[in-house]
Design a protein around this ligand. Structure first.
Ligand SMILES: [Zn+2]
Length: 590
């Protein structure tokens, strides 16, 4: 294709003169209008067109036609001039013209050469030329009919295969296969877009009523669709991001550049040619990258490389055909389509292989998962058993605790009952005690009164209470030292007995003190219990004579009188005024 561009440009700039003649005779079936004998020239008056001018010598009455093999051309004019330079036939058509206005309803532009034998000049003008699209052939009607039938049959097969692969992958994708499937579907759509642009099928069957849309599709849509779907699919299939992240960025950058150039070419037509280089560079880069990635260990990249090689081969065949090294047959003309079909088949095999391996991996991981799950199951079972054991243990502990609590509660209850009973008993006893106390106090009061007024206490009773001196001495000791011994001299509280128990010797200063010292009974010359009784009698103010007392306690009258006097004196002392009991006057007041 590039060679064709170069040839074209060279011819255009050199503006070689028109010469020679194409001879059409009985044996002519299929020749290039622009082949060897035809050259460019500028047709007078219409500089917006690129012109091809050629002379033909028609030696037969059979009909011929001119077929333009570039259905993308926006506008094509064809003039047939006789030797007198009179226009005998004129046609105008193109991708921007309604399909229905064509001379023949064929995907390519057809101009009939149904003139009488003779010499003619053919002028073909092309506007908005695409560099790889100047492809004109003169064919006999007979050849064209046969060729066109095969061509349409071939194209039917071609699109049929593409559609099958597309639907198959779409089906796989919808059944939940990988993302790469839907990208492959897009790529096939891209291939179809490019193919229908190249062969003109799109206009004949899809866009027939929209000439302007057809023109836009040819120029600005088909190739970018193909390029972008190709990049996206390649990046995904080859895992370019993983193996060569920089390449991915480069490809996207080139895609951006390409689209920009296409858009700018509306204003600057020269960019259209330049954009072709960008377009092809993407494929070269991906081709080399696929080999690089395959070498790096992604063996699926070999499939890609192999598939892509088919397309590269088809490009090579096209090149050889354009150099006339290979003949132009339906096989060489459509070598690109074969390349695409082979590529698509190889890619499909690659995808199937990839899916097979992925499914194998899935199976393996599924098996691993099953093993893991059964292990988990075992663990879970063990855990359940342990939990049940724990539960049983806990229930046992709970039962024991409950039993203990019940026992404790019962004990506590019985203790409470006992306590309650005890409290009741205490209450009863207390109330009894209260009653008793009350009675006792009443009794004591009565007794006291009786003792005071009725002189109830007899001498015999007294002797029962205070039978001997020791008893009396203890009573005195209790009165004198209620908190224990206290030395009169030094205040010491420790003492030892001095000979007898009722004589105490201070452990500090050594002072000896009798218990009766400093009491009413000091130097008493008769038994203490008798003195006690006499004190009681005197204190109680019993009207007893000395004589009666002398007889009662067996003591001499003068002794009784003397002692009674002593008690009487003490009772008269105002210091003993508060005394209520005979014992209150026992101690000397110091
Ligand atoms: Zn002392």
């Amino acid at each position: 294709m590039i060679t064709r561009i170069l040839t074209l440009l060279t011819c255009f700039f050199l503006l070689l003169p028109v010469q020679a003649q194409l001879v059409l005779d009985e044996y002519t079936s299929d020749i290039f209008l622009t082949d060897k004998n035809s050259f460019f020239g500028i047709h007078t008056g219409d500089t917006a067109y690129y012109w091809i001018e050629t002379n033909i010598q028609k030696n037969t009455s059979s009909d011929f036609l001119i077929e333009c093999l570039a259905p993308q051309l926006k506008e094509v004019k064809c003039y047939v001039l006789n030797q007198g330079k009179d226009t005998i036939r004129s046609f105008i058509t193109g991708a921007a013209y309604p399909f229905s206005q064509r001379y023949l309803q064929h995907k390519n532009f057809i101009f009939p050469l149904n003139m009488e034998p003779g010499v003619y000049t053919i002028c073909i003008g092309v506007r908005d030329i695409q560099p790889d699209e100047l492809y004109f052939k003169i064919r006999s009607d007979h050849f064209f009919t046969e060729y066109a039938i095969s061509e349409y049959f071939f194209l039917g097969c071609y699109y049929g295969v593409l559609l099958i692969v597309l639907l198959y992958n779409l089906f796989l994708y919808m059944k939940g296969a990988m993302r790469v499937h839907i990208l492959y579907v897009f790529y096939i759509i891209g291939c179809i877009a490019l193919s229908v642009r190249e062969d003109g099928i799109a206009y004949q069957y899809v866009l027939s009523y929209f000439p302007s849309l057809n023109f836009i599709f040819n120029l600005y849509l088909a190739k970018p669709i193909f390029l972008s779907t190709f990049i996206v699919y390649s990046v995904s299939f080859l895992e370019i991001k993983r193996y060569a992240a920089g390449i991915k960025k480069l490809l996207l950058f080139l895609l951006g550049i390409y689209v920009c150039m296409l858009l700018l070419s509306i204003a600057i037509p020269a960019l259209m040619l330049l954009s072709e280089y960008v377009f092809f560079s993407v494929f070269i880069i991906v081709y080399i990258t696929s080999l690089f990635i395959a070498k790096k260990g992604n063996h699926f990249a070999y499939y890609f490389f192999a598939g892509f090689s088919m397309v590269m081969l088809s490009v090579l065949i096209n090149l050889l055909r354009s150099f006339n090294i290979l003949p132009s047959t339906i096989f060489t003309v459509y070598s690109f389509n074969y390349g695409i079909i082979l590529e698509v088949i190889i890619f499909s095999v690659a995808l199937a292989d990839k899916i097979r391996i992925i499914q194998q991996e899935k199976e393996q991981s599924k098996e691993a998962l099953i093993v893991q799950l059964s292990e988990n199951d075992g663990l879970q079972q063990r855990l359940i058993v342990e939990l049940e054991e724990k539960k049983t243990l806990q229930e046992k502990v709970n039962r024991e605790l409950e039993t203990k609590v019940r026992e404790r509660t019962a004990e506590l209850q019985s203790a409470n009952e006992k306590l309650e009973a005890f409290a009741k008993e205490t209450d009863r006893l207390n109330s009894e005690l209260d009653r008793f106390n009350y009675a006792l106090q009443k009794e004591i009061k009565e007794e006291k009164i009786s003792r005071i007024y009725n002189q109830d206490v007899s001498y015999e009773e007294f002797l029962n209470t205070y039978p001997d001196d020791d008893t009396c001495l203890k009573v005195i000791q209790q009165l004198k030292w209620p908190d224990g011994f206290v030395c009169k001299k030094c205040g010491n509280t420790k003492a030892s007995n001095a000979g007898v128990w009722y004589r105490k010797k201070c452990s500090k200063c050594g002072t000896i003190e009798s218990i009766t010292a400093n009491t009413l009974f000091h130097h008493l010359k008769f038994p203490l219990n008798k003195a006690f009784y006499l004190t009681y009698v005197e204190f109680s103010n019993m009207k007893q004579t000395d004589e009666a007392l002398s007889e009662l306690i067996d003591l001499r009258k003068p002794t009784i009188w003397a002692y009674r006097k002593k008690v009487e004196e003490r009772m008269a002392d105002k210091n003993y005024k508060k005394a209520t009991n005979w014992k209150d006057i026992v101690l000397d007041l110091l």
